[in-house]
Design a protein around this ligand. Structure first.
Ligand SMILES: Cc1cc2nc3c(=O)[nH]c(=O)nc-3n(C[C@H](O)[C@H](O)[C@H](O)COP(=O)(O)O)c2cc1C
Length: 176
């Protein structure tokens, strides 16, 4: 079975436990590495082909406008051979209740028929939000496994929980 972890993550100024903080590495980036360590396979970063404001609040305003206007945020690159993978973990931060628009652009590029998809979402309180429902649309035809919500500020302490979930997803895909 071929396994891939794709993820979007924005390092720098963010929100942690009720105040603005600076992340040397993005929370979802850290979580995605834990997923890959437990599940094996490859990892691919979804990078938007634009620069978001480094200021946290300015970034939230821009991201909200993109979502409201259903803007297609271009990505720097696609993973050519994504169609060859059986299980795809999809990691993203919760932005206004769902995944960032660049993740939507990336996912909409592929035919998901017959694949298994397992979402994980770092957040500051909104959990997975409505992202799982949104994934059923953009990854139409995929089998969607129950997602994992991770409190972003605690991601460093969540390795065991992330690993357990990732292994469950692998087992589920092998023996549905
Ligand atoms: C543009 C933007 C919007 C956000 N919206 C939400 C939200 O609606 N709910 C929430 O719980 N956290 C929200 N957050 C916080 C992030 O989901 C959280 O800090 C996440 O762990 C960041 O992951 P990253 O470092 O991988 O980008 C938002 C952060 C940003 C930058």
């Amino acid at each position: 079975m071929k396994i891939l972890t794709v993820y979007f993550s924005r390092k720098g100024n963010n929100y942690c436990n009720g105040r603005v903080c600076f992340l040397e590495r993005g929370n979802t980036d850290i979580a995605s590495e834990a997923v890959q360590r437990a599940a094996g396979g490859d990892r691919f970063e979804i990078v938007p082909d634009k620069t978001y404001p480094s200021n946290y609040y300015a970034c939230t305003v821009e991201a909200q406008a993109e979502l409201r206007l259903s803007r297609k945020v271009p990505v720097k690159a696609y993973k050519d051979d994504l169609e060859t993978y059986d299980l795809v973990f999809i990691g993203y931060p919760n932005w206004w209740g769902t995944f960032p628009m660049a993740v939507r652009t990336f996912l909409a590029h592929y035919d998901w028929t017959g694949k298994t998809v397992a979402p994980f979402c770092t957040n500051e309180g909104s959990g997975l939000g409505r992202s799982e429902r949104d994934l059923t649309k953009v990854c139409a035809g995929a089998r969607l496994l129950p997602g994992l919500a991770i409190h972003g500020a605690e991601v460093q302490d969540k390795e065991a929980a992330i690993a357990a979930w990732a292994r469950r997803c692998v087992n589920e895909t092998e023996e549905p």
